[in-house]
Ligand binder design. Structure first.
Ligand code: OGA
Ligand code: NI
Length: 336
């Protein structure tokens, strides 16, 4: 069987290697939808209020959606359509990018990076590439569809601007020195696109593992097909897909820097019986050597976490059999 699910045709039933045991499969098709996702208008004319809303959302929910975010709707649509087209390209073209080596600056994989050793696979293909500095990496990006580099280049610049705008608001809201997150803490800028073909029985499988984002901060741009779910008080709740809103998720490194004030949500993706689903994630992560620690301005007594390098964290994260980033973080937690 082809590894990339986007190369499959006529999927009539879920192959055995994609069927999760009853305790970890979704089990049903309908999930409650989050009605109270914080929706923050970035064009609001009282910047101090907006900053407060951002910090409150990071502290109380661990994610929020932004509107009037400055990434133009046409560019969002063009980029989403580009990815829909990309995953329809002939198998031979996509397979040229296939790799499970995280050091490759542009790669496609399916399920997880452990495809070769895992017992069960997740129902997704993923295209990941580095974005900054653009002139260094763009040559490794796909050159199909024809306008890929032009459109995605523009999109990665616009979303990068938004990421730094939000980081700047967080900086102000937490009372950190201006530019706190610039440089090493946000050195790696990646675009990561998930694609799930329609699944004959979404109750049996998952589109992405249960996880918490291990990086500094994530933007998520969904198409109009639902699938993202967040764990809240032990219940899975769906996030309404709005193709022009952008979801912001504080990653675990931001949680550490905030000295545990921020929440990094546990989330997963379920599949859809009729429609293909594509989401674009934009990630900022620290460089491997970068030192992560609670910001001094936020520590009053004992810091909640000890200082560590991102590389140390990443080693702890990938060493555990379950690749659980929240668990990995416990290695760096100071005892109460
Ligand atoms: C991620 C992620 C969710 C989605 O890429 O980390 O959680 O809806 N994606 O694709
Ligand atoms: Ni995620």
């Amino acid at each position: 069987m082809e590894i990339l699910i986007s190369n499959w045709s006529d999927v009539e039933s879920v192959p055995k290697t994609y069927i999760f045991p009853p305790e970890s499969r979704p089990g049903k098709l309908e999930f409650p939808i989050f009605n109270d996702t914080p929706l923050i208008d970035l064009a609001h004319n009282h910047p101090d209020d907006t900053i407060k809303q951002v910090v409150r959302a990071c502290q109380e929910f661990g994610f929020f959606q932004v509107l009037n975010h400055g990434v133009c709707e046409n560019l969002m649509d063009d980029t989403m359509n580009m990815y829909k087209e990309f995953f329809k390209l002939p198998g031979e073209y996509k397979t040229k990018f296939y790799s499970n080596d995280i050091h490759k600056s542009c790669r496609i994989y399916s399920s997880t990076l452990s495809y070769d050793t895992e017992e069960l696979h997740y129902w997704r293909d993923n295209l990941t590439h580095r974005c900054h500095p653009l002139e260094e990496y763009i040559q490794f990006w796909p050159d199909k569809p024809t306008k890929y580099r032009e459109v995605v280049g523009e999109y990665s610049i616009a979303t990068r601007k938004l990421l730094y705008k939000i980081l700047d608001m967080i900086c102000k809201g937490l009372g950190l020195n201006s530019g706190y997150f610039e440089g090493e803490l946000s050195k790696t800028h990646m675009l990561s696109v998930n694609h799930h073909i329609p699944c004959p029985d979404p109750s049996l499988t998952l589109g992405m593992p249960v996880h918490s984002d291990p990086n500094l901060i994530t933007l998520l741009h969904q198409c109009d097909v639902p699938g993202l779910q967040i764990l809240q008080d032990g219940q899975w709740i769906g996030v309404h897909p709005d193709p022009h809103a952008i979801i912001v998720i504080p990653g675990l490194q931001l949680k550490v820097i905030s000295n545990d004030r921020f929440i990094t949500p546990v989330h997963r993706v379920v599949t859809h019986p009729k429609e293909a689903r594509t989401t674009i994630g934009v990630f900022l992560s620290p460089s491997p050597e970068s030192l992560i620690k609670p910001a001094t301005a936020l520590v009053h007594n004992e810091p909640v976490f000890r200082a560590f390098t991102y590389l140390e964290f990443f080693k702890a994260f990938t060493a555990g059999a379950k690749c659980d980033a929240q668990l990995a973080l416990n290695h760096f937690r100071n005892k109460p």
